[in-house]
Design a protein around this ligand. Structure first.
Ligand SMILES: Nc1ncnc2c1ncn2[C@@H]1O[C@H](COP(=O)(O)OP(=O)(O)OP(=O)(O)O)[C@@H](O)[C@H]1O
Ligand SMILES: [Mg+2]
Length: 498
């Protein structure tokens, strides 16, 4: 007798029950549920014989998103993504099935895609912010060079024309230049290319120091409550920038409560859970300190929340808001290795929660240099390396008026050649961080090999990352652009007399 290999037999019901998706069979004539698999039973309970629209979507009539009639007509499998009022997102598919007695019914398959959608949206948002950040950073970089020339020369000319009739006009240019510099600084902050002076600090102390200012700022109609957890750890951050973060959040809270209300500033320790990491692609697990600013103001709709951190997004009247407040906050928080999230509902206030990485051990405050006593330094040689010829000649002009002997090079390679052949002593190099062929930090590293006591003043409006990435951060002093003549002269004198 031949041993015929028998194919396994399955019970169709148990196959359907084993599926993680919800499977429901519906009679298209009445919309009544004829069959539910186990997953469906768990989700909706027993809804057999009830209309599917009533029990699944909570509607009084067939749902607007339902494509069951289309499937009945064409025989094609149809599908739709459905957003429920509780923000749940479902993928619903409809296909035809024939009953044993020959009637046509519809199999409705429902997959919960809420998590997938949330992750996709978060990723898209992160990519969008990244792209806008690059754009803003690029513009700010070029503007900084232009503003160094505009503001710098304006200051020089203003000193020359102290009593000239044109002085008032010149002051208008200088005021506009300062405003442009302030805007550029915000764009740089957003694009995470600010130069941060990070040090270990206690958020609680910082908030306590600011309380008085905040109270004055928000007026008497609004009450400030601080709930500072004494256990809240230290963070590594730039105190000036962090003050800016708190200030921007509190000012926004004030603007959201024109009739008065309460703003609550709270600190606590937070360990990032798997759930958080899942919802925030790119977030790193670890210990954080949370700073939250909560208000009882007007709140925000979903559309506003989605665009909140974009530069130049503002719902305030023209002339009232630049829309750069939260963009700045976003950039500072991100550049500090943190995260920011918002919870808000229209009419029910808003909570902004900033998470900053907690530092475990106290780190010694890194001091780049101490300010020496001032003394005139003349006839010393300074090498200026900058690819923007306008900025380079502006710096050279200032230094020459101060009595320095100035050498100029347009990039690192040219500077290196110059220094190898230059006969006299040169103790200071001023170099732009980003240049073609060889950048400032790389030049500093090369020069340190044969001039050990050489001082390096790196200038850039663009980035602090490049410096630390090149590992020369401790040996170099940094001056952010736009550079003003007085600041430059002081810094150079300070470095050469140190
Ligand atoms: N606490 C809040 N409550 C309600 N809406 C807010 C709150 N914070 C921010 N917003 C909304 O986000 C928008 C952007 O805020 P952002 O701070 O970036 O700019 P702005 O306040 O409009 O202008 P700027 O800060 O440059 O003066 C605001 O216009 C407002 O619509
Ligand atoms: Mg604001």
């Amino acid at each position: 007798m031949s041993m015929e290999k028998r194919r396994p037999q399955y019970d169709p019901k148990s196959l359907l029950n084993s599926q993680p998706v919800i499977i429901t069979v519906v009679d298209p004539a009445t919309y009544r549920v004829q069959f539910q698999n186990e997953t469906g039973l768990k989700k909706f309970g027993d809804i057999s014989d009830a209309p599917c629209y009533e029990k699944i979507a909570g509607c009084a009539a067939p749902c607007t998103f339902c494509r069951m009639p289309e499937t009945m007509q064409t025989g094609e499998i149809t599908c739709n993504e459905v957003l429920l009022p509780n923000n749940q997102c479902l993928l619903v598919q409809w296909s035809k099935a024939v009953t044993v007695d020959g009637r046509i019914h519809i199999v409705e398959t429902i997959t919960d895609i809420t998590e997938r959608k949330r992750t996709e949206k978060a990723l898209q948002q992160a990519q969008k912010m990244e792209a806008i950040g690059r754009l803003a950073g690029g513009i700010a970089h070029d503007f900084n060079n232009l503003l160094t020339i505009i503001n710098g020369y304006s200051q020089l000319v203003a000193e020359e024309l102290a009593h000239h009739p044109c002085r008032k006009d010149l002051d208008m240019i200088r005021q506009a230049g300062s405003r442009a510099a302030a805007l550029t600084k915000k764009l740089l902050a957003f694009s995470r290319h600010q130069v941060l002076d990070q040090k270990p600090l206690e958020l609680n102390a910082l908030i306590r120091d600011m309380e008085e200012i905040l109270r004055c700022l928000i007026g008497e109609q609004i009450k400030i409550v601080t709930l500072l957890n004494p256990e809240a750890g230290e963070v590594l951050a730039d105190p000036v920038q962090l003050e800016q973060v708190i200030l921007n959040l509190v000012i926004n809270a004030r603007d959201a409560m024109p009739q008065g209300g309460v703003v609550t500033i709270e600190t606590s320790n937070v360990d990032l859970s798997d759930d958080y990491l899942h919802r925030h692609p790119g977030a790193k697990p670890g210990r954080y300190v949370a700073l939250s600013v909560r208000d009882t103001g007007c709140g925000m709709d979903a559309e506003t929340q989605a665009r909140l951190f974009e530069p130049c997004f503002s719902t305030k009247e023209v002339g009232k808001g630049t829309g750069l407040g939260l963009a700045t906050v976003y950039g500072i928080v991100k550049q500090s290795g943190g995260y920011i999230e918002v919870a808000s509902e229209v009419g029910r206030g808003s909570t902004f929660k900033v998470l900053l990485p907690r530092i475990e051990a106290k780190i010694q405050d890194a001091q780049t240099f101490t300010v020496p006593e001032r003394r005139a330094e003349h006839h010393k040689t300074v090498l200026v390396v900058e690819d923007e010829s306008g900025v380079r000649s502006f710096i050279a002009t200032i230094l020459r008026t101060q009595g320095y002997h100035v050498l100029e090079a347009s990039d690192g390679v040219e500077a290196l050649k110059l220094m190898q052949t230059h006969a006299g002593a040169c103790r200071l190099v001023i170099a732009d961080v980003i240049m073609p062929r060889m950048n400032g930090p790389a030049l500093a590293q090369h020069l340190a090999a044969f001039i050990p006591d050489l001082k390096v003043l790196l200038i850039s409006g663009y980035t602090g990352d490049t410096i630390s990435a090149n590992g020369v951060g401790e040996r170099c002093v940094f001056l952010p652009k736009p550079i003003m003549p007085r600041t430059l002269a002081d810094k150079v004198q300070e470095m050469l007399s140190n």
